[in-house]
Design a protein around this ligand. Structure first.
Ligand code: PEP
Length: 254
């Protein structure tokens, strides 16, 4: 089953208008220069840069996404952004359940699931993040934790067209540490099995499962060519167009 790789950048809380626009322009130019890449591209800047980045990406095959949303369409939720607002701005995707949101904002599987349902209803695709902590991995619970997060966070009517899973071991995010390829392979294969049980084999075989956690141009080839790895969610290295594109090149996108 051929799944088109997705190379996704999560800019997190980085970028002011000038450097964020410059980064987006460089990504757009780099992707255009690839000709007909065999991967899809996505950048997820902070809310404040969505408009400017959308403009900077014009004409380039790079989708725009946000890093979170509320589950309500509108209303009394000070400081929050609704899926409809993101759609209205031109977003195609939203990242949900990132471990930083689960940790910093106490987001539960149930909340992530509600947000994903609302995002799908608004016509957004979701990148739903899962992954174990170091303590959980050391206790041999990585697969169990991911299974539980998928069962709780992914809506039951999700399809391969509206949902992408990102496996991001918490201990690998921003640390320079990466699991062995065997460990990545084991979790990705297990995740696909859980998806098959929950959403049916057809959806599971088509659904993209990204790896995230200290992906760099130097490790992209070995990580992103594993059988069940369908791209990457990239934090730090997505803040430099050269590295972001270098990951895509080394992953075999062109
Ligand atoms: C992330 O936060 O989604 C991430 C993978 O970060 P980094 O690439 O910096 O580890």
């Amino acid at each position: 089953m051929a799944r088109k790789k997705l190379i996704a950048g999560n800019w997190k809380m980085n970028g002011l208008l000038a450097d964020g626009t410059e980064l987006a322009k460089n990504v757009a130019a780099g992707v255009k220069a690839l000709g007909k890449p065999q991967c899809e591209f996505l950048v997820c800047p902070p809310f404040t840069l969505l408009q400017a980045v959308k403009k900077a990406l014009r004409g380039a095959k790079v989708a725009l996404g946000a890093q979170d949303c509320h589950f309500a369409e509108k209303g009394a939720h000070t400081g929050d952004i609704s899926p409809l607002m993101l759609k209205d701005l031109g977003c195609g995707y939203v990242i949900l359940g990132h471990s930083e949101r689960r940790a910093d904002h106490g987001e539960s599987n149930e909340l992530v699931c509600k947000k994903a349902e609302a995002a799908h209803k608004a016509g957004l695709k979701t990148v739903i993040c899962i992954g174990e902590t170091l303590a959980q991995r050391e206790a041999g619970k990585a697969v169990d934790v991911c299974r539980e997060q998928i069962l709780g966070s992914v809506p039951t009517d999700s399809t391969a067209s509206d949902t992408v899973i990102a496996y991001e071991p918490v201990w690998a995010i921003g640390t320079g540490k990466v699991p062995t390829t065997a460990d990545v392979e084991e979790v990705h294969a297990a995740v696909r099995k859980v998806l098959a049980k929950k959403l049916g084999k057809g959806n599971a075989n088509k659904m993209r499962i990204l790896y995230g956690g200290s992906v760099k141009p130097g490790n992209a080839k070995e990580l992103l060519n594993l059988p069940d790895v369908d791209g990457a969610l990239i934090g730090g290295a997505s803040l430099k167009a050269e590295d972001f594109l270098g990951i895509a090149k080394n992953a075999g996108c062109c």
